[in-house]
Design a protein around this ligand. Sequence first.
Ligand SMILES: Cc1ncc(C[n+]2csc(CCOP(=O)(O)OP(=O)(O)O)c2C)c(N)n1
Ligand SMILES: [Mg+2]
Length: 365
Amino acid sequence: MPLKDLETWKVSYLQILDEDGNVDADLDPKFKKAELLDMYRAMLWGRVTDERMLKLQRQGRIGTFGPSTGQEASQIGTMYWAGEKDWFVGAFREHAARLHRGESLIRQLLYYNGWEEGNHNDANTNPRNLPISVIVGAQPLHAVGLAYASRLKGEKDVCALTYMGDGATSEGDVHEALNYASTWKLPVIFVVQNNQWAISIPRSKQMHSRTIAQKAIAYDMPGVQVDGNDVLAVSVATREALDRARKGEGPTLIECVTYRLMMHTTADDQYKYRSKEEEDVWWKRDPLVRFRKYLTTKKWWSDVQEDAQQEEFKAEMDRQITEFEAMTEFKMDAPFDHVYGTTHAVIEQQRAEYLAELAKEADHG
Ligand SMILES: Cc1ncc(C[n+]2csc(CCOP(=O)(O)OP(=O)(O)O)c2C)c(N)n1
Ligand SMILES: [Mg+2]
């Protein structure tokens, strides 16, 4: 049947910094040395704290934790360029991004020990950071609502950056969010961290689409696939998306192709469903290693600086962990505070029963 083409589409891919630390000269964004070093330190802080959290979990000092090792370029390459007024609407695997956005390690320790206090922004935290949220795919709708509200309030230049995994893009909520953002031309950046797995389900069993970036086409918004282990590519895509959003040109979807180098969470054994060999391939693409190679070649970073930085980070981690472990004052009934926006008789009754139970336990020593 002879049909007329109404539109044809393409999906673009961006890589600037390859696995060996070489930069494509034509695409080099030529960021300032200070910016590059800042980004590297932020990625390293994310990595070393992630590794320490895993150890703490194995020692029984924190509860279940979902590591972000391997995804630092996707997280810092996006979050680094966000402004104070922008909304950060993360999910549950944005450890590095959260720390960069000013959340303390103590806050993470609180959260992963089950204290409600780990959900609260303190005086030092940007009030536009939303707390950790484990509901797969729920966050993009929140980002859309916040971007819409910011516009209604007449705020200028405000964007919402929201994060999700490859698995989350199979959720209806994500598509509603994409549709609303596109229809209302909202300043939202959808960051998909395609880390190849949704717990034990590989991307190939999750969707037939060859890319996640192409899902943007259905909503007529720009979508791009980037090497998510290349902080320069992620940065360039993010800056373009922020620019467009601030000019009133609407949302963007950025698919960061990356890999979850560790287990899904500490409650998971990834070798039940994938091989060590597969992981080895991705360790060679480690976002930190290639970035460090690049900085070292430029003579902007050295082994001596690396060692000194690691020492400084270790001391800072020790300090925050000690401070956290000395904390004793927690609000035991905090989980009852936010079930509804206002007090509710049944919840208050349950709160009273719970507190009475705790008091009884305390009496029995
Ligand atoms: C609505 C909902 N369904 C199921 C779960 C259980 N769950 C937690 S993480 C996860 C997989 C998410 O995969 P992906 O979106 O790729 O993110 P990743 O864990 O790889 O970062 C699932 C199914 C959940 N938290 N929320
Ligand atoms: Mg995933």
